[in-house]
Write a protein that binds this ligand. Structure first.
Ligand code: NGQ
Ligand code: ZN
Length: 457
């Protein structure tokens, strides 16, 4: 048992003073008691908040983030970006995947993310042939998470088609494609690879209704349920207007409505993006208990559109945030951009604050922690007994955080000119970041740089 003392900490009941935490050998919080004395406890060097789950990551895309911002020949879009992305991943081998993911996960920890859901689809070699070990690339993701010390929900992706109606995939998709049987082998191998680590969990990700037929969707969920009936299921839906149009053409129904009706989307599900929903879909998704996986910086980068945030949240809808293509690795920035999108669209301020005096930063941070934890299917997101000791100590030396307390800290960290909101980060009772530094940081950066040098030459 190890004891820590925080002058101020965000507990499930709200901000509390003089909190004594006890963390057991297994990395879980055993006690979180306000109004305590320091006694022999280690004193935490700032206000303490739960670490943020990152509910949507394609780790390899970190290596091309910021490199696709040059005008193309015919009007750029999500679809032209996707072509560049397919070209980029042609040159990635398993070592590269591991080096990029390790670097990314260290950056996530330093930014205040303490666990991540990896939506992993790069299963095969560059010619589309399965590796001898079906867990080859997914296993690299699991080891990258272990090296970095971040929690992981590994979501092997089932991907089989190029568009609605089960049409054939394109050549650029060959590294993703599995039969149901082949996918079962990948899933089982990866479930085995994460089983021994209490900070890791398996789930599944049917890629999208574009890439998976209704029969395949059912089969993949059955495969997962065979391993773990409560494990998370993630799917991309309704990110682009074109996908909505194609889905209407195929089924007469919009994608989120289709999932709610046909897949009985419930609290096990995370619908990634859910950008284009009509009023009924918005209310029904909110009532379903599923989490909407918002990825504001990527959605901005790719020109996706605006999420129906106000009516969704008013109806009790659950949200979490994802870094997706990693145009940013910063939970505070994602939350800011989420609210800014609403302000820009509606020409108003504090759109997502529903009661007078509500702190927008506090409310956004708490919702995204809770929704992220649900989407990852992990016992995180709260500083309370039985939850994993995953926390962030804020950096009160940052001038924008100075003199702030309680939710004011979160307002300032999300909406102020903060450069370095995070000082120290703990995952499962182990310090991973101290004064902004990660012990593996230098070694990882060196390896990452040599990968990038090869990829970009
Ligand atoms: C992905 N990215 O899986 O990485 C997708 C592009 C696709 C986003 N949706 C591939 N942002 O949609 O087929
Ligand atoms: Zn995605």
């Amino acid at each position: 048992m190890k004891a820590y003392f925080a002058e101020s900490a965000l507990l499930p009941t709200g901000w509390a003073d003089n909190v004594l935490f006890e963390v057991a050998q297994d990395g879980l919080i055993a006690k979180a008691e306000p109004g305590s004395a320091v006694a022999g406890a280690e004193r935490l060097r700032g206000a303490v908040i739960p670490g943020m789950p990152n509910l949507h990551s394609h780790a390899f895309q970190r290596a091309m983030a910021g490199l696709t911002e040059k005008g193309g020949p015919q009007g750029d879009s999500f679809w032209s970006w996707r072509k560049l992305m397919y070209g980029f991943l042609e040159n990635l081998g398993p070592d590269d995947v591991e080096a990029i993911a390790t670097q990314l996960y260290i950056e996530m920890l330093r930014a205040g993310y303490t666990c991540v859901a990896e939506f992993h689809y790069l299963h095969h070699d560059p010619l589309g042939r399965p590796y001898n070990n079906p867990a080859e690339t997914g296993g690299r993701i699991a080891s990258a998470a272990r090296t970095a010390g971040i929690g992981l929900t590994l979501l092997p992706v089932f991907y089989a088609h190029g568009n609605f109606g089960g049409i054939a995939p394109t050549g650029g998709q060959r590294r993703f494609i599995n039969s149901i049987d082949g996918f079962g082998r990948v899933l089982e191998a990866l479930a085995g690879a994460v089983k021994e680590d209490p900070a890791q969990r398996i789930g599944v990700a049917p890629h999208s209704l574009r890439a998976v037929t209704p029969e395949e969707l059912r089969a993949v969920i059955a495969q997962l349920e065979h391993i773990d009936a409560r494990a998370p299921i993630h799917i991309h839906a309704a990110e682009q207007q074109q996908e909505v149009d194609d889905c209407l053409g195929w089924s007469g129904t919009r994608p989120v409505a289709w999932l709610l009706d046909q897949a009985q989307t419930d609290a096990r599900w995370c619908i990634v993006h859910a950008t284009h929903m009509d009023a009924n879909e918005t209310i029904s998704l909110a009532r379903s208990g599923a989490v909407a996986g918002l990825c504001p910086t990527t959605e901005g980068d790719l020109g996706d559109g605006f999420f129906n945030a106000a009516s969704y949240l008013r109806a009790g809808g659950r949200i979490g945030i994802g870094g997706d293509s990693h145009a940013a690795v910063d939970p505070f920035l994602e939350l800011r951009l989420f609210e800014y999108g609403q302000r820009l669209k509606l020409e108003r301020r504090n759109v997502l604050a529903f009661a007078i005096g509500d702190s927008l930063g506090g409310q956004l941070y708490r919702s995204a922690c809770a929704g992220g934890a649900q989407a990852l299917g992990q016992n995180v997101g709260q500083l309370a007994p039985g939850f994993r000791a995953d926390w962030v100590v804020l950096n009160s030396d940052d001038p924008a955080l100075a003199e702030q307390s309680g939710d004011g800290l979160l307002d300032a960290a999300i909406f102020g000119p903060v450069r370095a909101p995070v000082r120290d980060v703990m995952v499962a009772g182990q310090w991973q970041v101290r004064d902004g530094v990660h012990a593996q940081g230098e070694a990882s950066l060196k390896r990452y740089r040599s990968v990038m040098k090869r990829l970009l030459n």
